[in-house]
Design a protein around this ligand. Structure first.
Ligand SMILES: Cc1ncc(COP(=O)(O)O)c(C=O)c1O
Length: 490
């Protein structure tokens, strides 16, 4: 047969150069899983040094996969931060679940684009199912809906976009915020302890970061409802109130019941950012902390935080998803299908800005089916109790000061011997944090409370035990005392 000058494609699966992949996945994954809890958590490095381990220019020639993997592993074996380590207490970092590598490999192998049912019947069915589970966890009824997204920042922005259309109606989409709001100054009202994704959303959505009104918090870092009431009276064009169910720095839960009541009275959209705290709902013992969460119009939860899942997966839930559709509903010639039922015509891109989306629901579905929500809930409670235990140990030490008592699984404290000046205490705590990270057995990310550095411990890890909490306290005291002694010798 003449080939008409058409050269066979280089990546044809039948091409023996490219298929099959002759590497056993387990041989790669198993050692990683075994090393997940080994020290050091991270090896200090310089970017310049690491860039020498990877190809400088775009590779033009093929290389056997085994060589490529060896090259990749030279980097990943040593220079990935081990968030599953029992002493990893930084940020709100997921430890990941043992089912994740399998689930994520499956997601990649299936390569579904879960825009809606027609594009992926299996993907859409599983995503609608997990969204229902999560909506029920919040306390929403059957009418509720939502969509999985990449993270809390995206979920918060999506919810605030929905609050905008709720406030201004359909003309907002056509005419834009300036034309629709006119002389009114739209505001987002939240507490001083809100996550900075709210400011980012305000910037992106054209509301303006200057129009984020941050009301005072109480001694436990919770929004003061009295201050919220004042802010709602002062500002005539509130788009939404954003309450936190688990602030990033201290894990504070705003008084959701009182806030919901004020929002109802004024007809203002209530969004609850439970990106971190949402996982607490898995524990029946902790559930009462979230009283009246179901009164919120929308809720953000990160499954890649206290639900332990590997990155990336969050959910935005709406009590009434039809409001989100007013913001995100679109049709296009190339995404039209013969719709014939509510489930078949359900399009995830009608609820958020994302169109192409991977099979994000699968790892959560697999994990929940395998472990069950109760087992994960017991782990959540265990993390909570570890934070309580840490707080008791801190209070028992004269040289330590409890800065923020745990409300969920975060505890903030400082090395603060009474003989030292405030300035010296700040310096020493910065040094302690860094030196502990350099040692490799524990990691705390830098955080300030009341504009002063603290040692913040966030426990969202199933490997952490009491002995790790005790070990951390010992190192903080030993390093702190050494720094003080070195000072005295000068
Ligand atoms: C309370 C809260 N909201 C939102 C976010 C942002 O989430 P993501 O990093 O998934 O975008 C975080 C991140 O830590 C958070 O703690």
């Amino acid at each position: 047969m003449p080939d008409h000058g058409i050269v066979p494609p280089a990546l044809d699966p039948a091409d023996e150069l490219n298929a099959p992949i002759d590497i056993d996945l387990r041989s790669i994954i198993d050692p990683i899983m075994q090393q997940r809890t080994q020290s050091p958590i991270v090896i200090p490095s310089r970017a310049e040094e690491l860039s020498k381990l990877v190809a400088a220019g775009m590779p033009r020639d093929a290389l056997p996969l085994s060589e490529v993997m060896a090259e990749v592993q030279s980097l990943t074996d040593n220079y990935c931060r081990r968030t599953s380590h029992p002493g990893f207490f930084g940020f709100v970092a997921p430890s990941g679940l043992p089912t994740d590598p399998l689930s994520h490999a499956l997601v990649a192998a299936l390569n579904q684009n879960v825009t809606g049912y027609p594009a992926s019947p299996a993907g859409a069915t599983i995503e609608r199912t997990v969204v229902k589970w999560l909506a029920a966890l919040v306390g929403y009824n059957e009418q509720a809906g939502g969509v999985l997204l990449s993270g809390g920042s995206m979920a918060n922005m999506t919810a605030i976009g929905t609050a905008l259309i709720h406030r201004f109606g359909a003309s907002l989409r056509r005419e834009g915020l300036v034309a629709t709001a006119g002389a009114r100054q739209p505001k987002i009202i939240c507490s001083q302890a809100v996550h900075f994704s709210i400011q980012r959303a305000a910037g992106l959505l054209g509301i303006g970061t200057d129009n984020v009104v941050c009301v005072d918090v109480d001694d436990c870092f919770r929004m003061r409802p009295g201050k919220l009431a004042q802010a709602l009276d002062t500002h005539d064009c509130p788009i939404c109130v954003v309450a936190s169910a688990g602030t990033t720095t201290t894990g504070a839960i705003d008084p959701l019941d009182e806030i919901a009541h004020l929002c109802r009275q004024q007809g203002v959209w209530l969004h609850v950012d439970a990106a971190y705290g949402g996982g607490g709902l898995l524990s029946t013992e902790l559930r009462p902390l979230y009283a009246e969460l179901e009164k919120a119009d929308s809720v953000t939860m990160d499954l890649h935080k206290w639900f332990y899942l590997a990155l990336d997966c969050s959910v935005v839930l709406y009590r009434d998803p039809s409001v989100a559709k007013r913001m995100f509903y679109d049709r296009s010639d190339y995404v039209q299908y013969p719709f014939d039922g509510p489930a078949e015509s359900h399009m995830f891109f009608h609820l958020s800005p994302e169109l192409s989306r991977r099979f994000r629901a699968l790892p959560f579905y697999v994990a929940l089916r395998h472990y069950g929500a109760d087992r994960l809930g017991r782990n959540v409670l265990h993390n909570y109790k570890c934070a309580q235990y840490l707080s008791r140990l801190v209070q028992a030490e004269a040289e330590l000061e409890l800065v923020a008592a745990p409300q969920l699984s975060i505890c903030c404290f400082r090395f603060a011997p009474p003989s030292l000046s405030e300035r010296r205490i700040d310096e020493i705590n910065r040094r302690i944090r860094q030196l502990i990270e350099d040692e490799g057995d524990f990691l705390m990310s830098p955080t300030d409370v009341h504009a002063r550095p603290v040692l913040r411990v966030c426990i969202v890890n199933h490997a952490t035990r009491a002995k790790h909490i005790e070990g951390l306290i010992k190192r903080v005291l030993a390093i702190g005392q050494k720094l003080v002694a070195a000072d005295t010798c000068l």
